[in-house]
Design a protein. Sequence first.
Length: 256
Amino acid sequence: MAKKMLITGASSGIGKSFVDHYKDKYDLITTARTEKEWITDPGDITDKEFRTELIAKHQPNVVINNAGGFRGSFEETYELNTIAAGHIFEGFYDKMMPYTHIFNVVSYGIRMYGWQDMSRERSYYYSSKKAFYEFANNVNMSKNRPVHVVNLVPGIVKTEMVDADLARRIKINQGHVEEADLDYYLKENYHRGKIPFHSFFPIGKEDLPIISEFIMTLPDYINIDEIVVGMFNKQQLPGKPTTQWGTYGKRRFQYR
């Protein structure tokens, strides 16, 4: 019998990268609000009844607890990133077979404490992710069940959510920007690694499934509690002897 993997937030971004990576290796159970042809269990993860049914219905070997994102209010953000993610984690942790795996996709933002002009939405996001992380980490450290719990803590990942945030920042910093110019900037420069997000080059979303697959090859007696996936600073990338300059609007971006 083929092993089963359940992925939340599977319609796009990191979740979709897990779908693409594992589609020929596991029987996938995928959920998201947006109905796509690869979504097997469409529904809103913030709906408690939907989550309860999902937990009762499935017995996966691997859970990718990925659904999350920015929301416009404190309550909505915590409902998604803390309460829903916490319920999915706890529900499957309590029922999964020994030596199965739960990967909680968190955020490097759990290590940050804010900065001047930080948006309220980002404050909601980082603090809600941190609250969930602390809960999952405490449950994991209890070792009450022989389930591998891994907190994946990535830095900035190239996803649609990051694109939207980057576009918002450009518009704020530069004033009005034509959508065609913005689209060109994102696709031709940022996504091709020519221009960093601030001073860092973002992580490819396809890298996280590769990391998870490696972890699952380890012996059962080894538990990786946490993987922090960092980013190279643009000044630290090796093998780039020349410095070039790119121009976008009124701002010039240095890249190597």
